[in-house]
Design a protein around this ligand. Structure first.
Ligand code: ADP
Length: 263
């Protein structure tokens, strides 16, 4: 097995069949927790290497859409696939790295950064022990996110930005192809936010697909290549530059929304 790290995972690391396969594909998806749908008529495809942001007002169905994509919810109508398999049966967790809001990270977790990142190797070793090679991959992941110096620190002792980096390193150690981030910079101090988005950008350049749910519209327009603007239905899906020029934002959010004001 190779010791591929995030920094050398380019397109050469992918086989042709992998790169032809959609990462996520939703076709005419509708879903409601009750009788009335909270998302409907959703069709979209995310290809390997894309950097996609999902935006929309509070309650517009962003988290629901993400859960449908990841197979945590099943569509009432339509189909959802993940790496070519129906999302709800997909079980190769190592291919997906999930970074939740900082606020929802457990403050009680009494483990170190290195232990968090080593968890990324568990799907690869089953009940076996981590090998020296696994530990090299862990070290590489720590280095990629700039957390080598904090490897032995407890995650409870980290700043919000550092903690998010540790969770990204865990995804890198698992060699995830898809990184899903749900408002990852909520509660992260302003200086660390820029560095965090720079990190995401370099991971995306190394071939990792990024799906970002974000309320900070300026971050989205600065970093994502493609925007999906949602409010129960898709109001816009296309290149970020076209989103900025379009009236989708005003239609989905109401006229008060601006790119400067975020939410
Ligand atoms: P967003 O992530 O854009 O804020 P959500 O997907 O969380 O939107 O919510 C979309 C709609 O679904 C909202 O009206 C919300 O109240 C409702 N909703 C979300 N989760 C549940 C749930 N578990 N049970 C019932 N209704 C829910």
């Amino acid at each position: 097995m190779s010791t591929m790290t995030a920094s050398d995972r380019g397109s050469e690391g992918r086989t042709a069949s992998q790169s032809d396969e959609a990462v996520v594909e939703l076709s005419n998806v509708e879903f409601g927790y009750t009788a009335s749908p909270v998302v409907e008529d959703i069709s979209l495809r995310i290809d390997p290497g894309e950097y996609v942001a999902v935006v929309g007002p509070n309650g517009s169905g962003k988290s629901t859409l993400m859960k449908l994509m990841l197979g945590l919810l099943r569509p009432d109508e339509g189909t959802a696939t993940l790496f070519g398999e129906p999302s709800h049966v997909f079980d190769d967790g190592a291919r997906i790295g999930y970074v939740a809001q900082h606020a929802s990270a457990s403050k009680e977790m009494p483990i170190t950064v290195r232990e968090v990142v080593r968890m990324g190797r568990f799907p690869h070793v089953g009940f076996g022990r981590l090998s020296a090679e696994d530990d090299r991959i862990v070290d590489d992941a720590l280095e990629t996110v700039g957390m080598t110096a904090f490897a032995n620190r407890r995650v409870t002792k980290l700043s919000g930005g550092q903690r998010q980096r540790a969770f990204i390193a865990r995804a890198l150690a698992s060699e995830a192809d898809l990184l899903v981030l749900d408002e990852p910079t909520v509660g992260v101090d302003a200086e660390s936010v820029d560095a965090f988005y720079d990190l995401l950008e370099s991971l995306n350049e190394s071939g990792i697909t990024i799906l970002l749910i974000e309320h900070d519209l300026s971050a989205v327009t600065e970093h994502a290549d493609r925007v999906v603007c949602l409010n129960r239905e898709i109001y816009f899906d296309g290149p970020t530059e076209e989103f900025v020029e379009s009236d989708a934002l005003a239609r989905a959010f109401g006229t008060a929304a601006t790119f400067l004001g975020g939410n």
